[in-house]
Design a protein around this ligand. Structure first.
Ligand SMILES: [Ca+2]
Length: 468
């Protein structure tokens, strides 16, 4: 688990000063007095080296590179720039350099107040912003500004990240513009703790050693597109970027799930679901603590200018939209394609303020389980591509059989017809082997109880053909 080595961390941090003959490690700053102190103690306002060489006048924790040991927690406080020093630029690089220096970087934002946040879409951070860039990933220009609330954790996908802070204007803290802003005398712009993690301990992302998670193949030259193939044989999970931490801003990620191996006579359908309500949290424009609305929203409940996930019934965005999801904190009972392709597209707005609704929340973004269901090619369990949901069974062909409703997601206002045609001297008998009305708690009222089954004695179709 991400948090289970927490206790060990504090012990090291308390012992951050070392005196010895050996050279300092890469995680340490060498004092002129031959002591070694952890890098976060450089320019933190406290004297750690006996000769005070860790606090030279005019020093800054900015524009430095930080290394550390697995199991330790380090802290940085970046002060607010002074007037007359604008525009201000501060860059912090964190490198997990393998082995005892870890594979991944964890950043916990403890304090953040940087200008005003005015919009999710355009010019949302007029006074300045924070960006987080990762080594070997394409530049992604999402921005955070305003004031942080709650518990914000970022887990790197790669071994190195750079936090960039840019300040153009110094605004006086205004209680209305920035509710909860730290008091003006608090001159910390960014307070964070950082840790270096071993990849094998990151089980929420990569799965347990006995059941590793398959996170898809990266699509080259994209920030976060993934391809998943043949998930019937793999433990496929569709995860938001940087899961289980906060995801970057300004994203459009395509997750394409495809089944190419299909048994003879079968058709593959792709399903994504999540039974654990804690593993879906797509940030909404509304601060959830204000609205107290934490359930998963579907369709019209999502605002397309903000963060949301869309499921398409096929391999491109011209296909029918099966569902649009946002918010979270509720299980997702299942979205199923009508064929072997399902495309999920995740959007995150370019501007945001670091906000999470609950200090107890430990995961951000989403993780969806992928399942593959095989149905008989000749059955009525799916709608043929390009066809309507109409089926005809005649007693001239087969005198008995079964009909089945489609097992995939149906678009709203879909009507399926099954015409059971017997000869003029025959009657039709129906037995219900299985009847289940699936409850979709995430669907808005009244959709989750508006599905009906009507049985008509006579050929309703010949009298009143359905509208195609
Ligand atoms: Ca110091």
């Amino acid at each position: 688990m991400w948090a289970c080595v927490w206790a060990a961390a504090v012990v090291w941090a308390a012992a951050g000063v070392r005196t010895g003959e050996a050279a300092c490690t890469m995680a340490e700053f060498p004092c002129r007095s031959k002591q070694c102190i952890s890098l976060d103690r450089y320019c933190d306002g406290r004297r750690d080296c006996d000769d005070n060489s860790d606090e030279p006048s005019g020093c800054s924790p900015c524009n430095r590179t930080y290394y550390g040991r697995v199991g330790a927690t380090y802290r940085l406080h970046i002060p607010r720039p002074r007037r007359g020093t604008l525009p201000h630029f501060c860059q912090l690089t964190f490198i997990a350099s393998g082995d005892t220096y870890g594979d991944l970087v964890q950043l916990s934002i403890e304090k953040f107040t940087l200008g005003r946040f005015v919009s999710h879409t355009a010019a949302g951070c007029p006074d300045g912003y924070m960006q987080i860039e990762e080594l070997s990933r394409p530049l992604n220009s999402g921005y955070w500004c305003g004031t942080a609330w709650g518990h914000n954790v970022f887990y790197s996908e790669t071994s190195a990240i750079t936090v960039m802070l840019r300040v153009f204007n110094l605004t006086e803290d205004n209680a209305n513009a920035n509710p909860g802003a730290f008091s003006p005398q608090d001159d910390v712009m960014l307070g964070l703790s950082y840790r270096f993690l071993r990849k094998e301990r990151a089980v929420l992302r990569y799965g347990a050693p006995y059941s590793p998670t398959y996170r898809g193949e990266d699509v080259p030259n994209t920030f976060c597109d993934k391809e998943f193939e043949n998930c019937d044989k793999k433990n496929c999970k569709v995860q938001s970027p940087n899961f289980p931490g906060m995801y970057p801003r300004n994203l459009t990620c395509h997750f394409h799930v495809r089944q190419t191996r299909v048994p003879d006579g079968k058709v593959a359908l792709i399903r994504v679901r999540q039974r654990n309500p804690h593993l879906i949290y797509i940030k909404d424009r509304n601060a959830p603590h204000l609205s107290r609305e934490r359930k998963l929203q579907v369709g019209t409940g999502c605002h397309v200018l903000h963060d949301y996930l869309v499921a398409y019934d096929g391999n491109n965005t011209r296909e029918a939209v099966l569902a649009t999801l946002c918010k979270g904190g509720a299980p997702l009972s299942g979205i199923t394609s009508s064929g072997p392709d399902l495309l999920l597209v995740f959007h995150a707005s370019p501007f945001d303020f670091p906000f999470q609704d609950s200090p107890r929340r430990r995961t951000f973004g989403f993780e969806l389980d992928v399942e593959v269901e095989f149905v008989d090619r000749e059955s009525t369990a799916y709608i043929r591509e390009g066809a309507a949901c109409n089926y005809t069974v005649s007693s001239r062909g087969q005198r008995s059989g079964y009909v089945q409703s489609p097992v995939h997601s149906l678009l709203p206002n879909t009507t399926c017809w099954w015409r059971l045609l017997a000869g003029s001297t025959e009657v039709v008998w129906l037995y219900f082997l299985h009847y289940r009305h699936v409850h979709h708690p995430e669907m808005p009222e009244p959709a989750h109880c508006s599905n009906t089954l009507t049985i008509t004695d006579g050929d309703a179709l010949s009298e009143q053909p359905p509208v195609p």
